[in-house]
Design a binder for this molecule. Structure first.
Ligand code: 6PG
Length: 484
């Protein structure tokens, strides 16, 4: 009997940069043979030609792809999130069998993943929505991976994903996040935090540049210095590199040549939309999303450019003191962004019935992903010490950091307001902090207003019950019957 051709233990569908790099990462790990498929076969040919060293099996049809995989078949879809993903899933379902595993490694909306998982499960095939972070380089060298799906699928998939994930302090940056859409939900929050972190860093740069007159290259040195301390993170590191870059054509700092309109693919907006549905104030993340939208409104910006601002040009007196204040304000605001992101994870887990281990999420974000940062260890520790922690920012380490930063944070926001420098993420983070710590909020007045025009009722601080004031009558108060 002729010997059967060797089979692949894993497959990748979609060979654009992320897919190719992930396939190469998989193939580079001991014992893996990777079946690859792309809708246009030229991409498959190119990948095989450019990487003869890799254990690839190139395939030209879904049938061939399925036949080249050992069972249970496992395939990772790496196509642009959206309708294309549904089309590939349909194709794979038609050639796979019960017990096989389909993984969507794109940035899918978690509610799509819930829908897809339900539909695919009915065929007996496992469907796993896996968030993958780290960009092109991460896909190739080790991303942070956030898979959802069934425990059964994780059993087969776990060792493969562990073999290709980034490693932080000896641990692979992957964990089974929860069932169905949990992985993509957590990836969405990762991206929301990414947006906030990027906006905060951008505001810090803008304040320093406009307040002190330092050049981008000088500010690059400041960020490089900050990267040796508690702010140490991938985003701070790359910010220094971007600011140091000189445009070859004009000799100017590259940052001055780039059009100041930030793009977005939507994951930040999803984080905010979902937070609105869940009733979670992710104000720092929302401001970051809106700041990108505002930047990308050239007509409105041009029409508004002669609106009045501060009369005098703004500069700071104590350059070093201001830079240190900005560093502290950045750290404090960053803590708020992560705290808000974790609040949304808690609320999402409750809403969708996921058992998400928050400390584990912080752990798998320590390496490979875009928001990787030293202080994620502090988050893991905070949840390990107090599993029922109601607000991350109240954990001892973060409480101390906020206490240390508080005065500087206020000085920076005051300076920004006086100087007319837009700092929506810094100032909204501070407002959130002040809102949470306030003894009394003017929400009491809002309740009074609601009761006035809509008889929406209110509670009293001194007795049980629900009350309504007869605003159009004698303004006495009656105990209202709660109909809800
Ligand atoms: C990652 C990134 C990645 C990507 C997003 C955000 O974790 O590797 O988050 O998923 O950069 O698409 O991009 P936008 O800024 O274009 O929304």
């Amino acid at each position: 009997m002729a010997e059967e051709a060797a089979k692949a233990n894993i497959g990748v569908v979609g060979l654009a940069v992320m897919g190719s790099n992930l396939a190469r990462n998989l193939a580079s790990r001991e014992g893996n043979t990777v079946a690859v498929f792309n809708r246009s076969p030229e991409k498959t040919d190119t990948l095989l030609e450019e990487h003869p060293e890799a254990e690839f099996i190139g395939t030209k049809s879904y049938e061939e792809f399925a036949a080249s995989l050992s069972t249970p078949r496992t395939a990772i879809i790496m196509v642009k999130a959206g309708r294309g993903t549904d089309a590939v899933i349909d194709e794979l379902v038609s050639v796979f069998e019960p017990g096989d595993i389909i993984v969507d490694g794109g940035n899918a909306l978690f509610t799509d993943t819930i829908r897809r998982e339900k539909a695919v499960r009915e065929t007996g095939i496992n469907f796993v929505g896996a968030g993958i972070s780290g960009g092109e380089e991460g896909a190739l060298k080790g991303p942070s991976i956030m898979p959802g799906g069934s425990a059964e699928a994780w059993e087969t998939l776990g060792p493969i994903l562990k073999s290709i994930a980034a490693v932080a302090e000896g641990e692979p940056c992957v964990t089974h996040v929860g069932t169905d859409g949990a992985g993509h939900f957590v990836k969405m929050i990762h991206n929301g935090i990414e947006y906030a972190d990027m906006q905060l860093i951008a505001e810090a740069y803008d304040l320093i540049r406009r307040g002190t007159g330092k050049t981008p290259a000088e500010i690059a040195d400041i960020f490089a210095e900050w990267n040796t301390g508690e702010l140490e993170s991938y985003l701070i590191e790359i910010t220094a590199e971007v600011l140091r870059q000189v445009d070859a054509e004009t000799g100017k700092p590259l940052v001055d040549v780039i059009v100041d309109q930030a793009g977005a693919k939507g994951t930040g907006a999803w984080t905010v939309q979902t937070a609105l549905d869940l009733g979670i104030p992710v104000s720092g993340i929302a401001e970051a999303v809106f700041a990108r939208s505002l930047s990308s409104k050239p007509a409105q910006r041009a029409a508004s450019s002669d609106l009045p601002g501060p009369a005098e040009a703004w500069t700071v007196d104590d350059t070093d003191g201001f830079i240190e204040d900005v560093r502290l304000a950045l750290y404090a605001s960053k803590i708020i962004a992560y705290s808000q992101g974790f609040d949304e994870i808690v609320a999402g887990a409750e809403q969708y019935g996921w058992d998400i281990q928050k400390g584990e999420i912080a752990k798998i974000w320590r390496g490979g992903c875009i928001i990787r940062a030293q202080f994620l260890n502090r988050i893991t520790e905070a949840y390990a010490d107090q599993p029922g922690l109601v607000a991350l920012l109240t954990a001892p380490y973060f409480r101390d950091a906020l206490t240390q930063a508080e005065q500087a944070w206020r000085r920076v926001v005051i300076a920004a307001v006086q100087g007319g420098i837009p700092s929506p993420a810094f100032s909204s983070s501070l407002a959130y902090y002040d809102g949470l710590r306030a003894d009394r909020l003017p929400a009491a007045l809002v309740q009074g207003q609601r009761d006035f025009f809509g008889a929406h009722t209110y509670k009293r601080i001194d007795k049980e019950g629900t009350f309504h004031t007869l605003w159009s009558g004698d303004r006495t108060e009656i105990e209202a019957v709660d109909t809800h």
